[in-house]
Design a protein. Structure first.
Length: 55
């Protein structure tokens, strides 16, 4: 299991309780976990957000 999958799974498990409000929390946590996992895997480049170029 790579970091992307682990991050997504952690986000899903962290908020998997309750009704519709909890569903929205789970959705946000899962998206956050996915982004962190992609970053840790090196598949997400955040340099564009920081305003820096690689060139």
């Amino acid at each position: 299991m790579n970091a992307t999958q682990l991050g997504l799974l952690t986000g899903l498990v962290a908020g998997a309780f309750g009704g519709f409000g909890a569903f929205l929390v789970v959705l946000v946590l899962a998206a956050h976990g996915l982004l962190v996992g992609r970053f840790l895997d090196g598949k997400l480049d955040l340099s564009a957000l920081a305003g820096r170029d690689r060139g």
